[in-house]
Ligand binder design. Structure first.
Ligand SMILES: Cc1ncc(COP(=O)(O)OP(=O)(O)O)c(N)n1
Ligand code: TZP
Ligand code: MG
Length: 208
């Protein structure tokens, strides 16, 4: 399996956002260091998810970036994405691994060490850990775990830990110091006035 990029950019498909424009800005800056996770709103149709994922796979291929699909693993397979990401409301990790096959990238959401160890045993190749900080991008989340919560998971597993939730360039150093391999963001890039510059700042903070 090729090495995982350290900056995960999750698409923002809420009304008024333009995920493909954001990707066109971020990809030339981050190239192979970028993992794009196609995440659509729950009310999006599979056809809408497929169309965005298909275009994202093509864009990523131009820059050597990796494309993953959130939740909808049949869409990941249909567009030839490198893999997918699942959480508590999605297919269990073991089932997701069977769907995607042994060589795919499979991310799983974890919040504490026990869940993290279980996810890795079931076949996760990286963990998305959070929310690290407060965020308004996703509702219904539990309290933030902070860098200390990230460290607890890092110490329990031997796969890359990707910190998520309210991550900005300013909060990256503490997350890296806690052992995070990389970070996943939505707002820090999609909500930025200049997404290319925001991408460069995140990469700089990650030491890439
Ligand atoms: C890298 C990364 N980490 C965590 C998540 C959250 O996944 P999940 O808990 O399934 O929530 P949704 O994103 O599906 O709403 C993620 N997507 N990516
Ligand atoms: C999908 C998800 N899962 C945990 S936090 C989060 C949202 C992250 O978005 P942002 O980077 O804008 O806080
Ligand atoms: Mg999910």
């Amino acid at each position: 399996m090729p090495s995982l990029g350290r900056l995960h950019l999750i698409t923002d498909t809420r009304p008024g956002r333009n995920p493909l424009a954001v990707l066109r800005a971020a990809l030339p800056v981050a190239r192979a260091e970028l993992v794009v996770q196609v995440r659509v709103t729950d009310d999006a149709t599979d056809r809408e998810a497929y169309d965005l994922a298909r275009r994202t796979v093509a864009l990523c291929a131009r820059y050597g970036a990796t494309c993953l699909v959130n939740d909808r693993l049949h869409v990941a397979l249909a567009v030839g994405a490198a893999g997918g990401h699942v959480g508590a409301d999605d297919l269990p990790v073991g089932a997701a691994r069977r769907v995607l096959g042994s060589t795919a990238v499979l991310g799983a959401t974890a919040r504490e060490p026990d869940g993290a160890v279980e996810a890795v045993a079931a076949g996760a190749s990286y963990l998305g850990v959070g929310p690290c900080h407060a965020t308004s991008t996703k509702s219904g989340l539990p309290a933030p775990i902070g860098p200390a919560g990230v460290r607890a998971v890092v110490e329990a597993v031997d796969v890359p830990v990707i910190a998520i939730g309210g991550v900005t360039a300013a909060t990256v150093p503490a997350l890296r110091a806690a052992g995070a391999y990389g970070v996943a963001v939505i707002g820090a890039v999609s909500g930025a006035a200049d997404p290319a510059r925001a991408t460069a700042e995140l990469l700089g903070a990650l030491g890439c």
